[in-house]
Structure formats: structure tokens, C-alpha cells
Design a binder for this molecule. Structure first.
Ligand SMILES: Nc1ncnc2c1ncn2[C@@H]1O[C@H](COP(=O)(O)OP(=O)(O)OP(=O)(O)O)[C@@H](O)[C@H]1O
Length: 254
């Protein structure tokens, strides 16, 4: 189904007081996690993915505690794009995208025709089909980012967690990737993204989680929370808010 929930969750950020968080992300929603550097956005995303233990509380996936599921079971339903990636062995773009199918293959099972078709389709969606035989080590930052997203699309999980998915991307590809996220939500996926760009969040997210440096969080619908009275203290930055084609836009002031 793709229901991800946090119950009295305290993420494990060193030297921070406990701030329990309750959160339910339902299929079809696009969430933006926003907050200043060091607020704990990546830690939260990794905790929601089960890659990092919480200090207390729990995360459930379709009502089952994440901690009681095996990594493979989790990976069949939940995928994550990391902010930083290290390629540990030489691989082409296509081979990397095919890693998205590994949770669905048994040990030593080769990828089949359907897996290749999915991966090829994902490369086309991310506008990198022409790079399919290139080694990852030869790619630009934006090209690597799009391969990471193509790998997630090849995996095709019910829950998409992405840590700054527009990192390194030019304007056109930022917009295309956000549209892809919204399209996936339209197909019933749950999408959670850490974002630094308020304008992308305002344009593409329907819910936001605002994370404060002391661990407090505000959770709710985009239009209620993306207002200057709330965002200025969050970012310690004066802001001007405008409206373009019915979308809120924010500009730093002074
Ligand atoms: N292993 C660790 N040891 C000590 N402190 C850590 C460790 N991992 C993370 N932290 C600290 O936890 C805090 C939250 O880090 P996190 O990467 O989650 O923040 P973030 O909101 O994603 O930041 P950014 O916007 O800069 O990416 C930071 O102050 C970071 O220095």
C-alpha cells in the first residue's frame, strides 16, 4: 500500500533534547522536509528508511514496525536517494539503474528482459538514455543525480524518499524531476523529499514538515505552513512572498 508513519519518533541527533514526532504519510502525498542546515532532515529521512535507529519511538510501514522487517522486504516497498553517494566498483549507467531491481531478484539471479525494459524506460524518463554505457565515474554531478533517480524509478517502490533530489540539477531538470515526483504521487506513491528550495516546495509539495534546529517540528498542509511568519524564524532570514500563476514564491530580503 505505501503507508509510512512515525510514532513518537525521536531522531538520534547528538546532544539534542528529545522532541517526539508523529507523522503519517499516505499514498498520493508529496511531502517536503524543510529546515536550516543541521536541523536533522537527512537524519530523519534515514530514520524513516530504517537505515538509522531512532533514539526512541518507531516507524511503521503499512502498520508493521520497520525494525521487524528485513532489508529486502523494506527495499521492495521503500526506496531512498541519498545526498552523497560513493560508487564502490566500476559500473555503467545501465548497470547502476538495474541495481533498483536487486530487491526483487533472488541471490545469483540475473536481471531479466522485464528488468532491462524498466531500467531503459527509467533512463529515458531521466533524460540519460544516451549515457547508458558510460561508466559512472565519468559523469557530471547532475548526470549522476539523474542516474540515482533513474535507479529509484527502476526500483519502483511504493514509498519514495529523496534527500535533495534536485541537487546539481539545472533548472530544466529540477523542474522535470519535481514533475516526476508529482507524477509518481499521482500514481499512488508516497513521496518525501528534503528540499532547500522553498519555491520548489511551494510549487510541487502538498504537505511540508518544518524541522527546527532544536528538533521541534511543524507538520501540515503546504498552504498553512509556507508563509513568511513561519518561514522567517525557521530560516533566520527575512523573506518576501509573491504569487506567480497561483503559486507562492519566496525571495530573500535585506
Ligand atoms: N555521526 C554523527 N556524529 C555527530 N554528529 C552528527 C552525526 N551525524 C549527524 N550529526 C549532526 O546531526 C545534525 C543533523 O544532521 P543532518 O545531516 O541530519 O542535518 P540536515 O538538516 O540534513 O543538514 P543539511 O541541510 O546541512 O544537509 C548536524 O548537526 C550534524 O552535524
Amino acid at each position: 500500500m505505501g503507508l509510512l508513519a512515525a510514532h513518537q519518533l525521536v531522531i538520534d541527533v547528538p546532544n539534542r533534547p528529545a522532541q517526539p514526532l508523529d507523522l503519517t504519510i499516505t499514498p498520493g502525498q508529496v511531502w517536503g522536509v524543510l529546515g536550516p542546515n543541521g536541523a536533522g532532515k537527512t537524519t530523519l529521512l534515514h530514520t524513516l528508511a530504517g537505515l538509522r535507529a531512532p533514539r526512541s519511538g518507531s516507524v511503521t510501514l503499512d502498520d508493521t514496525p520497520l525494525a521487524s522487517l528485513g532489508r529486502r522486504q523494506v527495499a521492495q516497498r521503500l526506496g531512498l536517494v541519498f545526498q552523497e553517494r560513493m560508487e564502490s566498483f566500476p559500473a555503467t549507467v545501465l548497470e547502476t539503474a538495474l541495481i533498483g531491481r536487486h530487491p526483487f531478484l533472488s541471490a545469483w539471479q540475473q536481471e531479466g528482459r522485464a528488468d532491462y525494459t524498466r531500467a531503459q524506460h527509467a533512463l529515458e524518463c531521466l533524460d540519460i538514455a544516451h549515457l547508458r554505457d558510460r561508466l559512472m565515474s565519468t559523469l557530471s554531478g547532475g548526470e549522476r543525480q539523474r542516474v540515482a533517480l533513474a535507479t529509484l524509478l527502476t526500483q519502483d517502490p511504493a514509498i519514495w524518499l529523496a534527500d535533495e533530489p534536485t541537487n546539481h540539477l539545472d533548472l530544466h531538470h529540477q523542474s522535470a524531476v519535481m514533475a516526476l515526483m508529482a507524477e509518481q504521487a499521482g500514481k499512488g506513491k508516497s513521496v518525501v523529499m528534503c528540499l532547500h528550495d522553498l519555491n520548489l516546495a511551494a510549487r510541487w509539495c502538498d504537505h511540508v514538515l518544518l524541522l527546527y534546529p532544536n528538533g521541534e517540528a511543524r507538520v501540515g498542509e503546504r498552504d498553512a505552513l509556507l508563509i513568511t511568519e513561519i518561514l522567517e524564524p525557521l530560516f533566520q532570514q527575512r523573506l518576501a512572498m509573491g504569487d506567480i500563476d497561483g503559486n507562492r514564491v519566496f525571495m530573500p530580503r535585506g
